[in-house]
Design a protein around this ligand. Structure first.
Ligand code: NAG
Ligand code: NAG
Ligand code: NAG
Ligand code: NAG
Ligand code: NAG
Ligand code: NAG
Ligand code: NAG
Ligand code: NAG
Ligand code: NAG
Length: 620
C-alpha cells in the first residue's frame, strides 16, 4: 500500500462578484518557485461539472440492481460504453455554461469535452485570460532534482461566481507530484533463512485452478493500476516467470495506458513489480493491462477513473494498491484543487470518484483495493496519537472490494508439487508450503492491516447484517465509540496473504509484503472466476463483487471462507504502544480480515450453482 503525502492548507475569501480561492499558503517545501512561464508554454487541467442529481441516483440504482446476484433479471446485464455515457448527465445548463466560458477564451481544439467534465490542454496566456487575468502561474522546480520543473498556480485562482456554481472540481493547477521515496514494507528478514511465497504455494493454499495446466475456458483481462510514475521492465517479468515456471506473455502495447519509462520522477518500482508478478504468477494467461500516470501530469483517482471511463475497451479486473487518509484526499492532494474550499471538500472528491467507480462497475469491471498498511490510523497518524481512527480511501469506498492481509504462522517447508527453480537449492531462503493464517502484525510483519469504518460513506446494505453482528458480539472489546463511526462503510471485505512475495524489480530479487500483495492476489483469482462466469453466461463478467461475496458468506460461510480469528489492527508500520487502539479479529466478519480468506474452488462451485438456480427460477 503506497500513500501520497502532501497536505496544503486552504481557506476561502469572498470578494465581490468574483470569489478568491486561496488554494494554499505555499507550495510544499521541496518545491521552489522558479521562472515565470512564457505565454506559449503548455498547461493542462481538468474541470468537473456539477452533476444532475437525478441522473446520479438513477446510476446508483442501476449499479445495485445489476450487481445483485438475487436479481435474476438484471444481474450481470452490464451496460455498453455508450449507455454509460448517456446515463450520467451534468446539471442542467452546467455543461453548456462552462463550455461557453471556455470557448470565450480558449481555442476549441485545446478542449476535450467528456460531457460531465473537460480536459483543457492549452497555452499559459489563454489560461490566464480564462481565470480573470488575475491568476498567475509560475514554474516550480524540485529542490533535490533541478531537472524537474512544472507549471502551477502562483497565488490565488479566480473564477466568476456565475461559472463557479456549475463546477465541482478543477484539478491540475495546484497539485505537486510527490517526491518522497515510497515505503516498501520490509519483509521480516532477520532469520538467516527467508520465507519465500511462490504462485505454486498460493494456488494450492487457496484452491485456485492452475490455469497453465487447465487453460482458461474464455479469454479474460486484468490490470494493475499505478500512480506516481512507476515503471516496469520486461526483463524483470521474464526473469520472474523463469524463476517461478510461469509462462511469459508480453503486454500488448495498447494495454499500456500512460507512460512506462524511467523518468526523473521514478522513485519506486517495487509496487508495480509486486502487483504484476502476483497477477501473472496466478493467472499468466489473462491479458495483463498496465495503467500508469504520466508523472508530470500528476493524476490521482478522479483523473484515473475518468480516463478509464472514456475508454471503449476496459480490463475486466483492476487492482489498486494506493490510498490516502479519507480526511485529506482532497485538500492540497494530487488531483483535487476543487475551488469549493469548504469543509466538504473531501466529500465532493469522494462522491465524484465513487460515481466513476459505479460507472466502471456498470460496465462489468471488478475493482479490488488494498486496505492499507497502518491499521486503523492510516499512514499519516502512525504514532497512534490521533483520538479518532482515520479510514483510508479508496479502501473505504462501498463500491470496491477491499482486501486486508494475513501471514502464516507454523510455516511448513515441504517440497512443493511442481516446485519452481527459485525453490530448489536456494541459498536465500525456503519456499513456504503451508501454515496457519492469522492477521498480519507489527511484530511479525512490520505493518498492520488497514480496516475500520468510513466517516463519509454510509454502510451499504450488503454488509449490514455481518457488521452489526460483529458490533454486537464484540461490544465489550470494541474501542471507544468516539473513535469510529459504527454506521459507516466497514472494511476490509475479505483478506489474503500479504507477506514474503517473491518479486523481481530492476533485476534484483526481493521478498515484499503489504496489503499491496493481497489485492492483486485476489484480483487474479477474480479474473480466473470471470473466465468461468463468461463461459456460463455467454460472456458476462462478475463485475462489482461485494453483493456476491456477502451472499456466498451468508449461504456457505465455512466452505467458501476461512475465518481468520487471530490478530488485530491496533498498530501501524511505525509503532505499537499501549496508546494504540484498534479492532480484534473474531469469529465471523471483522474489520481486520473481513469475511476471511477465499477458497476459489468453492467460489467457482457457488457461481455455477447460482447460475443453474437462476434457470430454475425462470422456469417457474
Ligand atoms: C498529517 O495530518 C496532520 C494533521 O491533520 C497535518 O498537519 C500533516 O500535515 C499531515 N501530514 C502529512 C504528511 O500528510
Ligand atoms: C532528468 O534530469 C536531468 C537534469 O537533472 C535532465 O538532464 C534529464 O533530461 C532528465 N531526464 C528525464 C528522463 O526526464
Ligand atoms: C460548496 O460545497 C458545499 C457542500 O457541497 C455546498 O453546500 C456549497 O453550496 C458549495 N459552494 C458553492 C459556492 O458551490
Ligand atoms: C501449474 O501446472 C504446471 C504444469 O503442471 C506447473 O509447471 C506449474 O508450476 C503450475 N503452476 C502453479 C502456479 O501451480
Ligand atoms: C528466461 O529463460 C529463457 C529460456 O531459458 C532465457 O532465454 C531467458 O534469457 C531468460 N530470461 C531472463 C530474463 O532470465
Ligand atoms: C515515456 O513514455 C511516454 C508514453 O509511453 C512517451 O510518450 C514518452 O515519449 C516517453 N518519454 C521518454 C523520455 O522516453
Ligand atoms: C458517521 O457516518 C454517517 C454516514 O456516513 C455520517 O452521516 C455521520 O456524519 C458520521 N459521523 C461522524 C461523527 O463522522
Ligand atoms: C537499476 O539497476 C541498474 C543496474 O543495476 C542501476 O544502475 C540503476 O541505478 C537502477 N535503477 C534504479 C532507479 O535504482
Ligand atoms: C447460466 O444462466 C443463463 C441465464 O441466466 C443461461 O442462459 C445459461 O445457459 C446458464 N449456463 C449454464 C451453463 O447453466
Amino acid at each position: 500500500m503506497n500513500s501520497i503525502l502532501f497536505t496544503l492548507i486552504a481557506t476561502i475569501i469572498n470578494f465581490g462578484h468574483c470569489k478568491i480561492y486561496v488554494t494554499r499558503n505555499s507550495p510544499p517545501q521541496n518545491w521552489q518557485k522558479d521562472t515565470i512561464p512564457s505565454d506559449s508554454d503548455t498547461i493542462q487541467f481538468y474541470i468537473a461539472c456539477k452533476h444532475d442529481q437525478e441522473s446520479v441516483e438513477w446510476l446508483e440504482k442501476l449499479f445495485w440492481k445489476k450487481s445483485d446476484p438475487l436479481n435474476s433479471e438484471e444481474y450481470q446485464q452490464w451496460l455498453s460504453y455508450n449507455e454509460v455515457q448517456r446515463l450520467v448527465k451534468p446539471k442542467k445548463h452546467s455543461h453548456d455554461k462552462i463550455l461557453k466560458w471556455l470557448l470565450k477564451f480558449i481555442p476549441q481544439n485545446h478542449i476535450i469535452d467528456y460531457k460531465d467534465s473537460f480536459k483543457i490542454k492549452t497555452e499559459v496566456h489563454y489560461a490566464v485570460k480564462l481565470f480573470e487575468s488575475k491568476t498567475k502561474f509560475s514554474y516550480y522546480r524540485l529542490k533535490q532534482r533541478p531537472g524537474i520543473k512544472i507549471i502551477r498556480l502562483d497565488g490565488d485562482c479566480h473564477v466568476k461566481e456565475s461559472i463557479f456554481e456549475h463546477i465541482d472540481m478543477i484539478t491540475g493547477l495546484d497539485e505537486f507530484p510527490r517526491d518522497i521515496p515510497i515505503r516498501v514494507v520490509p519483509t521480516a528478514g532477520l532469520s538467516t533463512q527467508l520465507d519465500i511465497v511462490v504462485p505454486q504455494f498460493i494456488t494450492k493454499y487457496y484452491h485456485i485452478p492452475n490455469v497453465t495446466c487447465q487453460g482458461l475456458p474464455k479469454p479474460v483481462s486484468q490490470a494493475v493500476i499505478e500512480f506516481l510514475g512507476e515503471f516496469y521492465l520486461e526483463t524483470d517479468l521474464q526473469l520472474y516467470c523463469n524463476l517461478t515456471s510461469t509462462p511469459y506473455k508480453a503486454l500488448k502495447p495498447e494495454h499500456i495506458i500512460g507512460s512506462n519509462n524511467f523518468t526523473n520522477f521514478t522513485l519506486d518500482f517495487f509496487e508495480t513489480a509486486l502487483d504484476m508478478d502476483i497477477m501473472i504468477g496466478l493467472n499468466p494467461l489473462a491479458d495483463l493491462w498496465y495503467f500508469n500516470t504520466d508523472p508530470y501530469d500528476n493524476r490521482w483517482l478522479y483523473i484515473f477513473t475518468m480516463i478509464a471511463n472514456h475508454m471503449k475497451v476496459l480490463p475486466e479486473v483492476m487492482s489498486i494498491s494506493y490510498g490516502n487518509p479519507e480526511n485529506t484526499n482532497c485538500v492540497g492532494e494530487v488531483d483535487c484543487d476543487s475551488f469549493n474550499q469548504s469543509s466538504h471538500l473531501e466529500e465532493i472528491f469522494i462522491k465524484r470518484v465513487n460515481i466513476e467507480f459505479m460507472k466502471l462497475g456498470l460496465r462489468g469491471v471488478s475493482i479490488v483495493v488494498s486496505s492499507g498498511d497502518d491499521g486503523v490510523y492510516g499512514y499519516n497518524n502512525t504514532d497512534c496519537k490521533s483520538t479518532t481512527f482515520i479510514p483510508q480511501y479508496p479502501a473505504s469506498s462501498p463500491y470496491v472490494t477491499t482486501l486486508g492481509a494475513t501471514y502464516l504462522k507454523n510455516q511448513q517447508y515441504q517440497q512443493l508439487q511442481n516446485a519452481p527453480p527459485i525453490c530448489i537449492n536456494n541459498p536465500l531462503g525456503r519456499c513456504v508450503s503451508g501454515g496457519d493464517e492469522v492477521a498480519v502484525s507489527y511484530e511479525n510483519d512490520h505493518f498492520t492491516s488497514g480496516g475500520g469504518f468510513s466517516n463519509l460513506q454510509s454502510m451499504p446494505s450488503y454488509q449490514k447484517h455481518v457488521v452489526e453482528e460483529y458490533l454486537y458480539e464484540q461490544k465489550c472489546q470494541l474501542p471507544s465509540s468516539s473513535m469510529f463511526n459504527r454506521t459507516g462503510r466497514a472494511y476490509p471485505d475479505l483478506s489474503a496473504l500479504g507477506n514474503f512475495a517473491l518479486v523481481v524489480a530492476n533485476g534484483s530479487l526481493g521478498l515484499v509484503g503489504g496489503t499491496s500483495m493481497s489485492s492483486p492476489l485476489f484480483g487474479a483469482c477474480v479474473s480466473i472466476l470471470n473466465s468461468y462466469s463468461k463461459q456460463l453466461t455467454n460472456g458476462r463478467t462478475l463485475g462489482f463483487l461485494n453483493p456476491l461475496l456477502y451472499l456466498m458468506y451468508e449461504k456457505e460461510s465455512t466452505k467458501i471462507f476461512k475465518d481468520i480469528t487471530e490478530g488485530n489492527n491496533r498498530c501501524t508500520t511505525q509503532t505499537c504502544t499501549a496508546d494504540c487502539k484498534g479492532f480484534y479479529a473474531s469469529e465471523g466478519w471483522d474489520p481486520v480480515t473481513g469475511l476471511g480468506t477465499p477458497n476459489i474452488r468453492e467460489m467457482l462451485k457457488f457461481i455455477k450453482a447460482l447460475n443453474s438456480t437462476r434457470i430454475d427460477n425462470e422456469k417457474y
